[in-house]
Design a protein around this ligand. Structure first.
Ligand code: NAP
Length: 262
């Protein structure tokens, strides 16, 4: 798959992580696109000029999310135009969002962002249903299944390795944002900090493309964390830690929303 991974800005594309996102119609598929993580990421991707396909088990829900996303992006552009005293509403080449059933997103998108909830069985069943459309594609796994601390049952497996096995066809899995709170993506405001997320993957081009995708989000850098075998360690950095922080710091007044799925 050619995502315009040449270096330089010759065609007016945006350079991120050594990859140039060209003006070609790159479509990033959010499976699903209706959850907190997916909606926050989709907004950043569109702002960076990428086109986003919002998936859902319920197409009408996907359409509502896509319409709302386009509305907010239009407001962003209009706001910039007013601020700069320009009548133009196309100062930045924004992407757009389209709502579709999960299956159509899987078949159309060049890159997939995987972020469902549900039980292990429900996630595996969704992957099997979509497998005919995902062969060879880059799938960026944002999801977590909080079983991973149970060594006795799961050994060195991870959510990503579970997903890869459940899909049952070759795809180029990578990881991103697994240990990033949704509100960090929603609210921005990093107070000058650089936010990082670890990108694991067994396919060099998929890792490079994923890092470029990560770096379309303002303030974020993607750090290569080795192959998919490292995803168990990566996942251990996230949910258990955050659940503990909820208990220790929030005094019952706040929850990160993390919980274990068994
Ligand atoms: N929230 C965070 O801070 C955070 C941070 C890092 C990683 N994560 C991980 O990212 C994933 C998404 O988190 P989120 O907070 O965005 O979740 P969310 O807001 O609950 O949304 C997840 C989406 O999953 C779909 N879904 C729900 N139940 C399902 C089922 N039984 N089968 C198939 N699809 C189902 C729904 O889409 P439709 O109903 O439209 O199909 C829903 O919109 C999770 O795996 C989570 O562990 C979350």
């Amino acid at each position: 798959m050619d995502l315009g991974s040449s270096r330089g800005h010759g065609d007016g594309g945006r350079c991120r992580g050594g990859v140039v996102w060209t003006s070609k119609q790159i479509e990033v598929g959010m499976l699903p696109g209706t959850g907190r993580m997916a909606k926050a990421l989709a907004k950043h991707f569109c702002r960076a000029g990428l086109h986003v396909l919002v998936g859902s088990r319920d197409p009408s829900k996907a359409e509502v999310v896509a319409t709302s996303l386009n509305h907010h992006l239009h407001e962003d552009v209009s706001g910039s135009a007013t601020f700069l005293g320009s009548s133009s509403t196309s100062l930045m080449p924004m992407g757009t969002a389209v709502g579709l059933p999960n299956r159509d997103v899987a078949s159309r998108a060049q890159i997939i962002v995987w972020s469902p909830r549900g039980t292990l069985e429900e996630r595996a069943s969704l992957l099997k249903e979509l497998a005919p459309h995902l062969h060879g594609k880059i799938i960026v796994d944002v999801s977590n299944i909080g079983y991973c601390i149970d060594e006795a049952e799961w050994g060195q497996s991870s959510s990503t390795l579970f997903n890869q096995a459940a899909l049952g066809v070759d795809a180029r899995w990578t990881t991103a944002f697994k240990a990033t709170f949704a509100h960090v993506l929603e609210n921005g405001g990093h107070e000058g900090r650089v936010e990082s997320t670890i990108v694991c993957g067994d396919d060099a081009d998929a890792v490079k493309t994923t890092i470029a995708l990560v770096e379309t989000v303002p303030g974020f850098v993607g750090i290569h964390g080795g192959g998919l075998k490292n995803t168990k360690i990566l996942e251990l950095l996230g949910p258990p830690w955050l659940i503990e922080l909820d208990k220790l710091n929030a005094h019952g007044s706040h929850s990160s929303g993390w919980h274990y799925v068994t």
